[in-house]
Design a protein around this ligand. Sequence first.
Ligand SMILES: [Zn+2]
Ligand SMILES: [Zn+2]
Length: 402
Amino acid sequence: MAKRVYEVWKGSNKFFLGGRLIFGPDARSLLITLLLIIVPVIIFCVFVARHLRHEFSPYNVGYAIFAVAILFAIHVLVLLLLTSVRDPGIVPRNAHPPEEEFRYDTSASVEIGGRQTPSLQFPRTKEVMVNGVAVRVKYCDTCMLYRPPRCSHCSICNNCVERFDHHCPWVGQCIGLRNYRYFFYFVSSATLLCIYVFAMSALYIKILMDDHHGTVWKAMKESPASVILMAYCFISLWFVGGLTGFHLYLISTNQTTYENFRYRTDNRVNVYDRGCLNNFLEVFATKVKPSRNNFRAFAREEVPRASLPTTREVEVEDMGEDRRAKVEDDLDIGGDLLKISQRHNIEDIEADIRSRGSDVIHNNSSEADSVLGSDRRAPTVLGTQVGEGEVRAGKLPQRFLE
Ligand SMILES: [Zn+2]
Ligand SMILES: [Zn+2]
């Protein structure tokens, strides 16, 4: 039976409800976060709000204290789930390295069948223009793609994530382009919930003091739950409140956590900074980009090996200009790269890379290059057919496309 994308997913994500919900591999930690929110709110309702209710009974204000706590807790939980169950902005992996970037490297030739053949190489970095400034983007060996600007490979989820902020262990998900807004709402709402519970617990202590004309110690003894909640909220406030402040700063300057930590000492110009107001609008007032993954779609099946042409040399040599032009017209370059790669058996390279451990991020360039260089077929086909002068990005795919 045909498998769905989430069933053959190469990242470390966990899927639920038939691929409708996507989590990071550490989704279990989300349960701890849920408990850290739910348990204090229950304690607050049972031991503090229930008693406070009587203090304000004439105006039903007491019930409002209850209602606000419960509704606000639900609001925080929904934001937490919105952050953690959605695709954070995963860039779909390529099935093969990008042919359009292939170059010959004559200096690093490999010996095939007793003759020297230049090895296939492609640049490890590329420059793209962002707001008129050249930004260097890196090639990801695991995902086999040039990462878009601000994209980074999450070592925990094993995916390239757009506008990667960080991997949040509390949420059990990457924070990236598609869930950063919800993450910020979650953290800032959790801060407000902390302040609310702290304030109401303090109010209850104050009321107990006034009622019994006692000291603060007596009141605290009478409601230890309030004391525990105040201490808990105080500690949590440092964490979520600090995080809210930090992210307000990041948003105002249009930085990600990753960029802030990585380039802190570089003093480089932030090409994404469009002014404080625009930076805020970019995060909160733009439409969330649709996911680039359809986890429930059926995965493309591999073309059986038997149907693959065994030799391509004759075909390529016979080919005239007309046919090349036609092929160019007929083929959608992006959509057909998969087929091309299958003809060239480049999927072997992918299998090879994977078998060497796909959960390791390959930072050094030699890994994929050596895999490519050692591939039996790809360099031979190119080496015999393409003249030295023509081996440039943009030229090569034409040859490749037949
Ligand atoms: Zn990647
Ligand atoms: Zn992650």
